[in-house]
Design a protein around this ligand. Structure first.
Ligand code: HEM
Length: 429
């Protein structure tokens, strides 16, 4: 619409990447190497021997992530990243150890179970909102992290005072950066433990504090008290300490980015913000999902525009052909979810914010894949959408978020995030 403030977006490379940029693929910075052609073609082979193939159609994505899941293992960087965070826990494990944990944890994320978790989402949001000053600049990732960490340590891991959620949350961004920051040493064919040592992941003070918190939480579970959190379902099936240590970044990073992009977008689209505030106020302090249809559509649209997991990487287990390209054993194939969500041939006016794309009678576009697909699809897709919707509702019922002119600089790595944060002004209603 004329007069609307522009929404920040990632700029793909106008041309094929240079050799210097391609070297960055090796250290995990794939986003900076993807050419803009991926927005109107469905596959792009990066130049150079063994360079990744990038795909951006729902059909190719499903083929890689689901239909041929046996022929596409998780990429070695992704496996290392998950293992650094999760050890032998749910997202780090492979084969039968993974299957057992996935099956055991699934009931926690079914719609009926999620309905029972909404009150906690609202309670933790209300607690943080009560402390928020009015007419003050707010960095949205920090605000979202405060709320999400309180939810993680009450709903997913019942902490019972064993850690201070907000203290842990302050270490989480540094910890995550350390886990996902691959350095040049990671390209060397060395054992993983040695690579971790060279990378310094075990020496980093923030990483050590988060891991110490995971240890304390695991030990605290020996107190004989009954808990009904996600970890309780995994007891005896997977290592509690590893699962707690993995959940902290997995449940925080993605959701925090989804929530903070949602607030940033609504600050730039005040018409939608007003509608959502009305819906939230009518729903009251403990909303149910039925009371938040507009908010839920906004969440879907924000997860489309700013997919928190923008690039999913797999590695070919055998030589094969995909989308007309020959891929060799060991070659990486990247499902560029961010690009698929803004693809010129898959969406009408893809950069426009239009939550009505998700009206139930329009049917869900198969190119919407923020949680991946196939056997390793996010186990918490319903939980995360409900969490973001309820937190948004509780914040918008009490605050108005206004733009400040801050220009975010987008980066696509393990998350779609802004290098220089997301600043808005929060005003109590
Ligand atoms: C908006 C929020 C979220 C998004 C967009 C998201 C996205 C994803 C994606 C795309 C994957 C698949 C990765 C791949 O195929 O390589 C994944 C896996 C996973 N996610 Fe989420 N996630 C979110 C929130 C959460 C939360 C709150 C939890 C908390 C339990 C969680 C737990 C997991 C786990 C355990 C896996 C691994 C599943 C497996 O390997 O079987 N996620 N997530």
């Amino acid at each position: 619409m004329p007069g609307e403030l522009p929404l920040p977006a990632f700029s793909f490379l106008p041309h094929q990447p240079s050799l210097w940029r391609l070297l960055r693929v090796g250290v995990g910075d794939v986003g900076s190497c993807i050419p803009a052609e991926i927005l109107d073609q469905f596959s792009v082979q990066l130049p150079g021997p063994g360079a990744p193939l990038i795909v951006s159609s729902p059909e190719l994505a499903r083929e890689v992530l689901n239909d041929r899941a046996d022929l596409f293992a998780r990429d070695k960087f992704i496996r290392r990243l998950f293992r650094r965070a999760w050890g032998q826990g749910l997202a780090g494990a492979e084969g039968p150890a993974w299957e057992r944990q996935r099956k055991a944890a699934a009931p926690f994320f079914r719609p009926k179970a999620v309905a029972g978790q909404l009150a906690a989402f609202a309670r933790e949001s209300n607690a943080v909102a009560a402390e928020l000053p009015t007419d003050a600049a707010v960095e949205l990732n920090a605000l979202a992290l405060r709320i999400v960490s309180r939810i993680v340590f009450s709903v997913l891991v019942d902490a019972r005072g064993a850690v201070d959620p907000e203290a842990v949350s302050r270490d989480v961004p540094g910890y995550i950066a350390r886990i996902v920051d691959f350095g040049p040493a990671d390209l060397l064919p060395l054992p993983e433990r040695l690579l971790d040592w060279l990378n310094g992941v075990n020496r980093d003070p923030q990483a050590r504090r988060v891991r110490a918190a995971a240890d304390r939480l695991a030990k605290a579970r020996g107190d004989g008290l009954r808990r009904v959190d996600m970890i309780a379902l995994l007891e005896g099936v997977g290592p509690a300490r590893d699962n707690i240590g993995g959940l902290i970044p997995a449940a925080m990073d993605t959701t925090v980015h989804g929530l903070s992009w949602a607030l940033n977008t609504l600050a730039l689209r005040p018409d939608w913000q007003t509608r959502l505030a009305g819906e939230a106020q009518a729903a009251g302090p403990l909303p149910t999902l039925d009371q938040l249809p507009l908010t839920r559509r906004v969440v879907q649209e924000v997860l489309r525009l700013y997919a928190p997991a923008p690039l999913l990487a797999r590695s070919a287990a055998v030589d094969q052909v995909i989308g007309g390209h020959r891929v060799r054993r060991g070659q990486t194939v990247i499902v560029a979810v961010y690009a698929m969500h803004r693809h010129l041939r898959l969406w009408d006016d893809p950069d426009r914010f239009d939550p009505d794309r998700f009206l139930p009678d329009r049917g869900l576009n198969p190119a919407w894949m923020p949680f991946g697909t196939g056997p390793r699809m996010c186990i918490a897709a319903q939980f995360a959408q409900a969490e973001i919707a309820v937190v948004l509702a509780r914040l918008l019922a009490q605050f108005e978020f206004l733009p400040t002119g801050h220009q975010p600089r987008l980066l696509l790595r393990t998350a779609t995030r802004s290098l220089n944060g997301l600043q808005v002004l929060a005003r109590r209603r």
